[in-house]
Design a protein around this ligand. Structure first.
Ligand code: ITT
Length: 193
């Protein structure tokens, strides 16, 4: 892949950029944060939301762009907050989710992530990742962001917020999606606009 081509990451969330760049660095790929308003359609599909936002940004910018849409899906709440995770985090937060799950035996949950990438010569491609786990009984840890203090990946005892960042990347939805993207893109050449 041409090392000089930069990819704009359309997002207002700097944690996503930090994680994505950490995951992509072994592939020799670097994303540049481009904080601008995304066009977000109402949908229960993260892939559909990310694809639409990437295509709209691509039309405007005409250069390689990447959008990532992610969310926490809780089984006992029928997948809530899912695509509404950002809003729910800002309003009721981790404490609110713990309250909603009070007295529930089933604490199963999944983090999901969809990455949509567009470039003039490669077109639109999507990648996704999932991390299965459970919601903890209390908030634990200070690392990461969002719902990290209440999510414990399967087979582990620590929440994402209690893990060193590289350990979170190994288990996370973002780790899986960006590793898939990185290994695909490193075999391609992005044409300069
Ligand atoms: P942009 O739309 O600007 O990219 P955003 O934070 O609003 O930023 P999303 O719409 O994709 O992004 O919402 C994802 C939300 O899901 C995010 O704000 C967190 O609350 C939660 N989330 C996603 N990945 C997470 C992770 O790895 N750890 C903790 N919470 C996460």
């Amino acid at each position: 892949m041409s090392a000089m081509v930069s990819i704009l990451f359309i997002t207002n969330n700097e944690h996503k950029v930090e994680e994505a760049n950490r995951i992509l660095s072994p592939f020799g790929i670097r994303l540049e944060m481009s904080p601008q308003k995304k066009v977000e359609i109402q949908s229960d599909s993260l892939v559909r939301i990310a694809r639409y936002a990437a295509l709209t940004a691509a039309k405007k910018l005409k250069s390689p762009v990447l959008v990532e849409d992610s969310g926490l899906f809780i089984r006992a709440l029928n997948g809530f907050p899912g695509p509404f995770s950002s809003y729910v985090q800002k309003t009721i937060g981790c404490e609110g989710i713990l309250k909603l799950l009070q007295g529930r035996e089933d604490r199963g949950a999944a983090f999901r992530c969809a990455v949509a990438f567009w470039s003039p010569n490669l077109g639109l491609h999507t990648f996704h990742g999932e991390s299965l786990g459970r919601i903890s009984l209390t908030m634990r840890g200070h690392a990461g962001f969002g719902f990290d203090p209440i999510f414990v990946p399967s087979g582990e005892d620590l929440t994402f917020a209690e893990m060193p960042p590289e350990q979170k990347d190994l288990f996370s939805h973002r780790g899986a999606a960006f590793r898939a993207f990185g290994s695909w893109l490193s075999s391609k050449i992005i044409a300069k606009p």
